[in-house]
Write a protein that binds this ligand. Structure first.
Ligand code: NOJ
Length: 497
């Protein structure tokens, strides 16, 4: 019997001996998440400025699957009290939501603060606290003020400073009550989908160049916000600041060395691109990323690497800028090695050079990219544990897409599987996971997919002006998990010997 199996057996036996069932640790936190553009509506209410998603959906309605937009969305701008009632019913410890930068600073710059934006978030935060729910606040969930896009958006290095100004204002205004801050939601999506693949606003296509410029600004912006908090606000406010990175689990498609290496390369050059500079001991981008892009850039006749380098000072500034590791995870991919000719067009995909597929046997969801692979979460958490010295991880998103059915057994099954995998990672593998967040509290505006895909524990009637919310089966299921701190039906699955 392998050592790790023996340890697992001992843990299980000790649980039996003490008559306890396998439960999430006492201080483990459960929550749900949303994001400003996806739920608020009130897109131009009381002084709010325009952001890049307002611009995209208004100028190119046909770029959104159902030609809809977030002008009203779930109307949480007006219905936030109902949202809090739902949260209360679910019995969550915390609510993760994001601030709309242009609701607070209509032009994106800090020279004018919109009082109504401040009032809105104060009301929400106060109502949450009144109901015993902790606010977990994301500063940037993709809705860049349009004026900052006019000057180039994230590839413009000056945005790091403007983000710091915005963060500072948010800490100043709300930090007496908000104790958990997430600087950025999913940097890979901000930079890859936004500036490389043309998938998310502002829909630029500059893969292998614009995405790396965006990445450099974003990592520095994150570190600036972290340090300003550390210096000016932490002494009094005593909160925590982290970043949320999204990651798949990359499983080698075969056990051939080149596929095993390809899968590791994929992990390093997608998750590691963001995590290594912040969470590793050495800081900076992963070696493999610097080497590959540097070598390819040379072969492509660039005068320097397409991956803009950090100075030594910047490396030190970014390294260690975290109190927790925010992780969004939904699904896994099978990865194999792929040879791409040097003269192929420049792209991040060429830099990584892998083929990604999903096993047709994996259970599907309504989203093409989302297959049900619970064991992937466990492997991913173990990878993070090993790679970054077991940092405190908050799972800040995990969830399932369907078409909005009230008896959402697909979601129930997904949650059951992923929470079981999480429980194994915590109890059997010693992964330092402190919180779990289900995406999402309610159905909402799923970006370019509009309202065609649903992730909510609550159904929202988008044709009713009152945007009525109705509890789904999964809401009841999640509530039970929160209250019992265990996944009753599947405990036997925890035994992995
Ligand atoms: C991650 C994003 O943060 C969120 O905005 C999105 O709705 C979910 N994934 C589902 O795709």
């Amino acid at each position: 019997m392998e050592m790790s199996h023996l340890i697992s057996l001992l843990i299980l036996l000790s649980f039996e001996t003490f008559g306890d069932s396998l439960r999430f640790p006492k201080n483990f936190k459960f929550g749900v998440a949303t994001a400003s553009y996806q739920i608020e509506g009130g897109w131009n209410a009381s002084g709010k400025g325009e952001n890049i998603w307002d611009r995209l959906t208004h100028e190119h309605p046909d770029w959104v699957k159902d030609h809809q937009n977030g002008d009203v969305a779930c109307d949480s701008y007006h219905l936030w009290k109902q949202d809090v009632e739902m949260l209360k019913y679910l019995n969550v410890t915390f609510y993760r939501f994001s601030l709309s930068w242009s609701r607070i600073l209509p032009s994106g710059f800090s020279n004018y603060i919109n009082p109504d934006g401040v009032r809105y978030y104060n009301d929400l935060i106060n109502e949450l606290l009144k109901n015993g729910i902790e606010p977990m606040v994301t500063l940037y969930h993709w809705d860049l003020p349009q004026p900052l896009q006019e000057v180039g958006g994230w590839p413009n290095p000056l945005l790091a400073k403007y983000f710091e100004d915005y963060a500072k204002i948010a800490f100043e205004l709300f930090g007496d009550r908000v104790k958990t801050w997430i600087t950025f939601n999913e940097p890979p999506e901000v930079c890859e989908s936004g500036y490389a693949e043309g998938a998310n606003a502002p829909c630029y296509k500059s893969s292998g160049i614009g995405d790396y410029m965006c990445g450099k600004t974003l990592l520095l912006a994150h570190a600036r916000a972290y340090h300003i908090y550390d210096k000016l606000y932490r002494p009094k406010q005593k909160g925590k600041v982290g970043i949320t990175i999204d990651a798949i689990w990359a499983e080698p498609k075969t056990n051939r060395i080149k596929d095993i290496k390809a899968a590791e390369r994929q992990m390093q050059m997608d998750l590691g691109w963001w995590a290594h500079p912040i969470f590793s001991k050495s800081g900076d981008y992963p070696e493999i990323m610097k080497n590959r892009i540097g070598n390819l850039s040379k072969a492509e006749n660039f005068s320097s690497s397409r991956l803009p380098q950090f100075t030594e000072n910047e490396i030190r500034f970014i390294q260690g800028s975290f109190d927790f590791f925010g992780l969004n995870h939904y699904s896994s991919w099978l990865v194999s090695d792929l040879k791409i000719p040097v003269n192929a067009p420049v792209s991040h995909w060429k830099d990584v050079s892998v083929l990604m597929q999903q096993d047709p046997k994996w259970k599907p969801s309504a989203a093409t990219w989302l297959k049900v692979v619970p064991w992937g979460l466990r492997k991913l958490l173990n990878w993070i544990k090993k790679e970054y010295n077991n940092p405190p991880v908050y799972i800040t998103e995990n969830g399932f897409a369907d078409f909005g059915e009230l008896n959402d057994f697909g979601r129930l099954d997904y949650l059951k599987g992923y929470l079981n995998a999480l429980l194994k990672a915590i109890l059997l593998d010693g992964c330092n996971v402190k919180a779990y967040t289900c995406w999402s509290l309610m159905d909402n505006m799923e970006w370019r997919d509009g309202y065609t895909l649903k992730f909510g524990l609550y159904y929202v009637n988008f044709t009713n002006p009152k945007r009525t919310r109705t509890e789904k089966a999964s809401a009841e299921f999640y509530k039970t998990i929160i209250e019992t701190r265990t996944i009753l039906e599947d405990l036997e699955q925890v035994i992995v010997l």
